[in-house]
Design a binder for this molecule. Sequence first.
Ligand SMILES: Cc1cc2nc3c(=O)[nH]c(=O)nc-3n(C[C@H](O)[C@H](O)[C@H](O)COP(=O)(O)OP(=O)(O)OC[C@H]3O[C@@H](n4cnc5c(N)ncnc54)[C@H](O)[C@@H]3O)c2cc1C
Length: 319
Amino acid sequence: MPLITPDIQQHVPLADKNWFKTGGAAEYYAAPTTAAEFSNALMFAQQQKLPVTLIGQGANILVSDAGISGLVVRPSLNDIFFSQLDDTNMLATAQAGVDMHELIEQCLAHGALGLEEFSGIPGTVGGSVFINIHYFEFLLSNFLVAATVIHAQTGQILEVNRDWFNFGYNYSTLHEKQHYLIDATFKLKHAADATEVAYARGRRKEIIRHRVARYPNSGTCGSFFRNFFPHEVTLESQGKKLIYVAYYLDKLGVKGALAVGGAGVSYQHANMLVNHGTATSTDLIALARTMQQKVYDAYGIMPQPECRLLGFSEYPLLT
Ligand SMILES: Cc1cc2nc3c(=O)[nH]c(=O)nc-3n(C[C@H](O)[C@H](O)[C@H](O)COP(=O)(O)OP(=O)(O)OC[C@H]3O[C@@H](n4cnc5c(N)ncnc54)[C@H](O)[C@@H]3O)c2cc1C
């Protein structure tokens, strides 16, 4: 791995930097530890006319077997700051590279409550804000009040508020790839006493226990396909549109049954693809396409990915 500049490396394998454990190498790679280093990396890409791809912990990406051309940036800005907002609320500011598990633990240690609802969801703050992580009725955007972002081309740093993100289900302005997240500030309830913190810790434990029993937690990106929007489906149950893509996949008997090469559909969850150890990204794509075709043939609707597909020269799934 020869060094181009002190901060940029070449031909860095990405299989050990994503949860599927598949895919090729980054042509160029940077893991900036400060906003200034982040800006320098973007300027390098600008000068060399390289496309830029951000990654976090790789919990929601599938990297092409050919790798990713251009510069891959994996922010390693890992600080967390707390401050008191008023009598009942605290602010927690976490940089883009902070692991969500670490953030939740630190919040509980400071008596800052709310983010424990996202216990057990892997990823960094950057990746989590990007997709607006969700668990049942909780969305990360319910807590975010401010953030710092960097402009992709100019390296200019901007302070923004929640509205700037235009958050939706699986969506934030960061999808437009004009800006990348440097840090995010969350407004959290300040625990009144130790009992409230103990209750939140108990809830965290219970959510993790529930998740471990229900979902695979290695060799996967979590839900591969996003749920349908109500206007995309016609099937209803008790007056409500059936939007859950896993419902349709489950009906088709794919769970634990459908496989391509080393990739298979989890036996625990019909919408989770798993690398059983020897899968390539090509296997995972072939499996995902088969799942799409099955749902389309049976119900006339085409599942679309929640997982971000990185480094593919052409869109690899069915449209
Ligand atoms: C076992 C498992 C369970 C999961 N369960 C859930 C769940 O319940 N709910 C849920 O919402 N998600 C779930 N996920 C998905 C995943 O945890 C989230 O999407 C997570 O936020 C990904 O974070 P990451 O750091 O790994 O981002 P990555 O997967 O590395 O990247 C995801 C996207 O974020 C972008 N990105 C990363 N950092 C930045 C940045 N600093 N600025 C701009 N863009 C950036 C990347 O370009 C990419 O497009 C699950 C995943 C797994 C593996």
